[in-house]
Write a protein that binds this ligand. Structure first.
Ligand code: KG4
Ligand code: ZN
Length: 359
């Protein structure tokens, strides 16, 4: 079957077509139009500007996805769309577009949760991946651990009590003077740092762990973020300049990245001791971080657990993951009617999805 999908929850307008059968998913197109250059001027996503940019881009992105896939509109069997959580104005653009197309083509409309979609990206290259398994979602809005009990049920067992990991990368990156969003640039600086600095040496630069010091599987990134930002401000004051030296940026990026990776791994170690599981999936934009991929792979190896992480192209926001989640929902008979709405938060969307699942 062919599934066409739309994702517009934040600052990427994305559309994709997948061909799926018997859990095998082939990506026929994956179009992402990023608004990063627009929001970079403001150092973060401006919601109204994001909605307007989605509105301008969506028709072009959608038709490109169909053209690149080499199919015709009449070949589409179902339409999946991200309906929550995210920026409400941005979500509404995607939902309205998907509803109209589903109505014109007379095909099922599948409402997909953005976090479930991030996890579903892992099904693309792994037809043998089947629930139950554990999932870690690390993105700009979430740092959460889930038991994936079946294709449509994510049970949260740990989360960040304040900032998400991606948010910390971006806010620290901004104060350091890195291009927005800071995650990818920080990754590269950290690679240089690990060649240059030994952070295990006495007196090496270090920051407080984001792993909450108790038996929960929770994180807290705001203390780490504040400590790093305070350190940067002190460095700038010493220099009497708003620009850090390149060496200093590298040293801070390494210490910060090491702390994030170790904090995340500390809770994974706990969870892999506590839960019987044979597979761990890591997903979300921050899952593209090369140091985190290595650290999580190592802890999985230690616990003899399979580690699955989507390819880099499917870690950040895209519509292939929406289509992959939609495929499994389609098989369970879950679809929305023309009254589908968008939801900014997880709580309201979970309630809505529960009513659909019960039907
Ligand atoms: O999943 P995503 O595309 O959007 C949300 O759903 O939030 O994640 C975006 C986040 C941003 O904070 C970005 O800085 C971060 O993912 N990110 C990275 C890397 N690439 C993207 N963080 C660390 N290292 C990277 N290589
Ligand atoms: Zn995302």
């Amino acid at each position: 079957m062919y599934i066409f999908a739309i994702e517009s929850s934040c600052d990427e307008t994305a559309a994709a077509v997948i061909e799926a059968h018997d859990n095998h998913i082939s990506v026929l197109s994956n179009i992402v139009s990023s608004q990063i250059s627009i929001h970079a001027l403001y150092g973060g996503v401006v919601p109204e500007i994001a909605s307007r940019a989605h509105c301008e881009a969506i028709t072009k992105v959608a038709s490109e996805a169909v053209t690149v896939a080499g199919i015709e509109l009449k070949d589409i069997d179902a339409i999946a769309v991200t309906f929550a959580p995210g920026l409400i104005g941005s979500l509404l653009v995607g939902v309205s577009f998907a509803k109209s197309l589903a109505s014109v083509l007379n095909v099922p409309l599948i409402p997909v949760d953005h976090i479930e979609a991030h996890v579903a990206a892992a099904y693309v290259d792994n037809p043998h991946l089947k629930p139950p398994y554990l999932a870690l979602v690390v993105s700009g809005g979430h740092t959460s651990l889930y038991k994936v009990n079946d294709y449509i049920t994510l049970e949260e067992i740990g989360c960040s009590r304040d900032d998400a990991a991606g948010e910390a990368f971006d806010k620290v990156g901004r104060v350091m003077g890195l291009p927005y969003p800071g995650g990818a640039a920080m990754d590269k600086l950290a690679t240089l740092a690990f060649e240059k600095y030994d952070y295990d040496k006495r007196g090496a630069l270090s920051f407080p762990s984001p792993a909450v010091n108790d038996n929960t599987f929770d994180y807290s990134f705001s203390g780490l973020k504040t400590a790093v930002i305070n350190h940067i401000h002190n460095e700038k004051q010493k220099l009497k300049s708003d620009d850090l030296h390149e060496d200093s940026k590298i040293e801070i990026a390494g210490a910060f990245t090491k702390t994030v990776c170790e904090g995340i791994v500390k809770k994974l170690d706990l969870v892999l001791n506590a839960e019987k599981c044979s597979t761990l999936v890591m997903a979300g934009g921050v899952a593209a971080n090369s140091h985190l991929r290595k650290a999580v792979s190592d802890i999985c190896l230690k616990h003899n657990v399979d580690f699955i992480v989507p390819p880099m192209s499917l870690c950040g926001d895209n519509a292939v993951m929406t289509a992959a989640a939609g495929y499994h929902m389609f098989h369970l008979g879950i679809h929305a009617d023309s009254s589908l709405n968008a939801f900014a938060s997880d709580e309201s969307s979970a309630e809505y999805l529960d009513t659909l699942k019960k039907h």
